[in-house]
Design a protein around this ligand. Structure first.
Ligand code: ZN
Ligand code: ZN
Ligand code: ZN
Length: 144
């Protein structure tokens, strides 16, 4: 088992969640494949290894992982990716390269606070933030 999967398992346990076999299998697939996957992609990849999970189960697991910041939904493509900043506070924001599809993440509690305050000025009570940056990664930028 990889270190990242082990860390994720610890986060699940620390939050009081059981590490069921399906949860572990989904974690492992997300860790192995470093690109956004739909629940159907995950189902197909598991099936290739002789494992079967129905897609409702996979959706529920992905929902939980997203709530715990163990995984994120890529807003622009709808796929799911493993979090690369485990345990970091604040919303995790993805930067998606429109040339090569590379994903990077940042998180900032200060940014979240600022957003909450801006919304509060309009009398809005924020529950969560959704945002994503689209652009060009440093490698692709150099090649341009
Ligand atoms: Zn993250
Ligand atoms: Zn790129
Ligand atoms: Zn936030």
């Amino acid at each position: 088992m990889s270190r990242v999967v082990r860390d994720s398992i610890q986060i699940l346990q620390a939050q009081g969640y059981k590490v069921t076999k399906p949860r572990r299998q989904v974690l492992e697939v997300l860790e192995e494949v470093q690109r956004p996957l739909s629940p159907y992609d995950i189902q197909r990849l598991l099936r290739q290894e002789g494992k079967y999970l129905n897609h409702v189960t996979i959706y529920r697991i992905l929902d939980l992982f997203c709530c715990l910041n163990l995984a994120h939904k890529v807003l622009s493509s709808g796929g799911f990716v493993k979090c690369s900043l485990e345990g970091k506070g604040g919303c995790h924001r993805l930067m998606v390269c429109r040339c090569c599809g590379a994903l990077q993440e940042f998180a900032s509690e200060g940014l979240c606070q600022e957003e909450n305050e801006l919304a509060q000025n309009s009398g809005f009570h924020t529950e969560y933030h959704l945002s994503e940056s689209s652009g060009v990664c440093s490698d692709c930028y150099k090649k341009q």
